[in-house]
Write a protein that binds this ligand. Sequence first.
Ligand code: SF4
Length: 313
Amino acid sequence: MNRYYSLNDFFKKEFGEKIYKVSLDGGFTCPNRDGTLSYEGCIFCSEKGSGDFAGNRFDSIYTQIEDQLKLIENKFPNGKVIAYFQNFTNTYGDVEYLRDIYYKALSHPRVCGIAIATRPDCINDDVLELLDEINKKYFLWVELGLQTINENVAKIINRGYLLSVYEETAKRLSNKNIKFVTHIIIGLPGEDEYDPLKTAIFAQSCGTWGIKIHLLHVLKNTKLEFLYNKNEIKLQKKMEYVKKVVKILRNLSYNIVIHRLTGDGSRENLIGPLWSLNKRDVLNNINKYMKENDFIQGDEFLESGGILDGSNY
Ligand code: SF4
């Protein structure tokens, strides 16, 4: 048993083989960028809508899948992939358009399922019905950018929806047995030491199937860069981040699939922290810290009898 339940472990269990993800750009925008909620976006959001490695939005979905497969063909020439709609808000559009691009992705012979990144305030009843329909026939998960349960921090980062909206959407997805992944960011301005942990525990209590942990990194041409240049943002130290990640893992049940444990800023756009560019090193440090202390995912959760609600932090 590995020290935490990684997405790779899940894939091997579910599909019996290694599965890759290919990142696609469905041509969306976001209500937090197009003026519906604001023109500013979340303060950390990059120009490409938090999807710097995705395909070209001007190409068809099928072509993007082919192009992304070419990028990994040396290490992964034949296997199955998840088509991951990553950039901006991938349920923010006419439901017939959504149906068209999701099914186009699913029609590719190497695609074994889809993942859809979105905001919890962008899943209306028609979208939910479509997701339900797909979920009954294909492998699907939805990703929700929660980032924090601290409402003051949510305002500072300009998230643009209340925590209750996440809670309600989590319930609606759970009622349809649709798997969802919750994004959490460690190191947001205004957060207290235990906010990321409490956010993870809250997501777990809302039925999240997976967790994606990011570190706050400053990317070029973001509001965050502006604040950083005014000395209003403090970058985290590597071990400080590692310890917070491990604390979260220890408080999540071993059933929760860990999709990500570190940041994903592109080298050209990243201002800091620069140590995050070496993802292998960050992951090694997380594993080493867990091994040295004999921690595994969920050990604190089990000690608590599985009833943690975050109030003890
Ligand atoms: S919801 Fe996502 S796409 Fe929209 S502004 Fe925030 S990070 Fe960017």
